[in-house]
Design a protein around this ligand. Sequence first.
Ligand SMILES: NC(=O)c1ccc[n+]([C@@H]2O[C@H](COP(=O)([O-])OP(=O)(O)OC[C@H]3O[C@@H](n4cnc5c(N)ncnc54)[C@H](O)[C@@H]3O)[C@@H](O)[C@H]2O)c1
Ligand SMILES: O=P(O)(O)OC[C@H](O)CO
Length: 354
Amino acid sequence: MVSKNSSKPQEKCIGVIGVGSFGTVIANMLAEKNQVMVYARKEEVVHEINSLHSAQGKTLNPKIKGTSSPKEICEACEVLFLMISSSGFQDVVQSFAPHLFPYHLVIHGTKGLCLNLEKGQTLDSVKKIKRSQILTMSEVILQETVVVRVGCLAGPNLSKELTQSLPAATVIASKYNEVILEGQSLLRSEKFQVYGNSDIIGVELSGVLKNIIAIAAGALAGLNLGENAKGLLISRGMVEMVHLSNALGGSVKSVIGLAGIGDLVTTCNSVNSRNFTVGFRLANGEKLDEILASMDEVAEGVNTIRVIKAFLETADLRAPITEYLYRVLFENYDIKEALQFLMKYPFNVDIDFV
Ligand SMILES: NC(=O)c1ccc[n+]([C@@H]2O[C@H](COP(=O)([O-])OP(=O)(O)OC[C@H]3O[C@@H](n4cnc5c(N)ncnc54)[C@H](O)[C@@H]3O)[C@@H](O)[C@H]2O)c1
Ligand SMILES: O=P(O)(O)OC[C@H](O)CO
């Protein structure tokens, strides 16, 4: 877009829905090049954004305007970044649906799964689920709204490091090349590289599934089992991710790319990862309920383990790391015994998917 009076490109208004850890970082990155409007559901957070230029203590670029109105942000912005944890994703998308039109372009950054169950059913009541009862976030957007041009953003993107402007890269995945090009033009900078991928389901699943392995990596670290064991876990974890992703509709190529192996290595090695931290604290004897109650931010891997365990009940597939973590998290199985079992698991071949 070029204004009538100058050759400088006119700034667009880009919307960011959700101002948690990741939403604030992405909003600040977008504000380097364009006007940004952010949506927060609480009026006090909107007031803080507009008067103090921060969101729950996290600094925001003063150019960023806050609103609690889905209508206002959808009218002002054609491009929207959805940065909501998976637990609130479906509710937020439903509340935005009346204000979204086919001209909107929506990119999400959520690394979790939603369920597509009958009214009144829960994971506890059904216990076994099929692929059709699991929704990735792009599938939620397509199911609940008339938006067509949907993308996802995934990769090794720890928000604490992005806040410090440390170098990083991400993947924008979409079936539509224009979504990838738009995401690249909005976010790419000297410090932040943006790759494209057309396999949106595979990229979403890569970001979702690596959280499971990160919980196990945190547990290994908490038990001081060493770097050899971590190498073993990451490599077997990647194989498990490939098979699960395949069964859920993702391609191998995405898992071995930046959003898969790239994010897997980062998250399995960082105390800044919430999922790694859950595993680390479990290994130090804390109970899951205590850990989750003390965390302000979401560790998506915990719910993902429940969802994938229920999926495994209907799939012709073994995923031993996920299955044993489920027993540790939800059936009081001893974490040391689980890890010892996994170390001795009789995997016969190293790589069986190429
Ligand atoms: N923090 C990171 O380093 C990082 C990096 C990449 C991806 N992610 C992914 O991004 C997603 C969000 O992570 P985060 O770190 O920002 O989490 P967070 O807990 O800091 O923020 C979650 C945001 O979702 C909003 N939200 C949740 N339920 C809502 C509801 N019902 N209505 C309105 N708003 C609601 C919260 O208010 C908050 O703004 C997760 O899926 C995470 O896996 C996080
Ligand atoms: O803090 P985590 O464990 O949710 O990880 C954050 C990002 O997914 C890292 O890319």
